[in-house]
Design a protein around this ligand. Structure first.
Ligand code: GUN
Length: 294
């Protein structure tokens, strides 16, 4: 069964749109996200376009600063400092779209984000959950609901004890441990008390791990890295990795028409984790604006 991320995302978007409306009516505050882009990574431009669309939908403001590929680290850090601390207009969230050009130290850039504005949840002291980790949890909660036919008030932040128990009985595998997806998803699962297995290009016997997993979260970004013959019957497959081929066409870690023969639940790419991820980012932004308005 295909699990639509768009439906889950719309549910989150509806609930935060109400919060944005109330914040504006009660306190005159509009949530404001600053997005900094460096260089010309084509993936970054399309991610940012989606963030803008989502911000518009909920009634938040998004300012996009596009710096040239050859900007120095010092200039980037100065721009970030200015936008976070020296403008009249309040900024409730700031993110620097990754990847960055190789001459820039990613960790130094992330560390320069004020934790209260770090709606990506990447800095050590950020009060926010990493959106992609939340997105995976929302998707699992939705699957739990379909599988058990139990009712919940809303498909919002999951861990209801019943979902925990259901998930604790399953072998979870996170494939790929990259900075923006695999690693934070693993951290989210561990912080919630689960014991996911992880896999990267150095893992020995990857076939065995994949075949034994009940839940696979695939964050690789390589075409058809998972096929129906590799997975367990009735596995749950959540696709995060995606990339573009030479023709510019988007592809995912698996082909839905192939894995649907064996997997019981799976998310499409695009239209799966992506929209839920962006809705969760907006949710963090709204929470930050609410805190600032108190
Ligand atoms: N590039 C790909 N995913 C992300 C993300 O979640 N945050 C940022 N800042 N850059 C990304």
């Amino acid at each position: 069964m295909l699990i639509s991320g768009k439906t889950i995302a719309n549910h989150i978007i509806d609930s935060i749109t109400t919060r944005v409306h109330n914040l504006y009516t009660d306190k005159g505050v509009q949530p404001h996200l600053v997005v900094i882009q460096v260089g010309t990574n084509p993936g970054s431009s399309s991610y940012i376009a989606q963030k803008r669309k989502s911000a518009e939908k909920i009634g938040a403001a998004l300012s996009h600063y596009h710096l040239p590929e050859n900007v120095t680290q010092k200039e980037l850090l100065e721009t970030m400092d200015y936008l976070q601390h020296k403008t009249e207009e309040p900024v409730h969230g700031m993110l620097v779209q990754l990847p960055l050009p190789s001459h820039i130290d990613r960790d130094a850039v992330i560390a320069a984000i004020d934790p209260e504005k770090d709606v990506d949840g990447f800095t050590a002291n950020s009060p926010y959950h990493v959106p992609v980790g939340d997105a995976v949890m929302y998707i699992l909660a939705t699957i739990w609901q379909i599988e058990t036919q139990e009712s919940r008030d809303e498909a919002l932040y999951p861990l209801d004890e019943r979902i925990s128990t259901w998930l604790t009985g399953k072998k979870i595998l996170v494939i790929g441990q990259g900075f923006t997806a695999g690693a934070p998803i693993t951290r989210t699962l561990i912080s919630l008390g689960f014991h996911p297995e992880t896999m990267d290009e150095h893992t020995m016997h990857p076939e065995e791990l994949i075949k034994n997993a009940d839940v696979i979260v695939s964050c690789v970004g390589k075409k058809k890295i998972i096929t129906s013959s590799m997975i367990k019957k009735d596995a749950i497959l959540i696709g995060v990795g995606m990339n573009k081929d030479e023709e510019g066409d988007l592809f995912a870690d698996y082909d839905v028409l192939d894995i649907e023969k064996v997997a019981k639940y799976f998310t499409p790419v695009p239209g799966g984790v992506g929209p839920v991820n962006i809705a969760c980012l907006m949710q963090n932004l709204v929470t930050s604006a609410e805190k600032a308005a108190k």
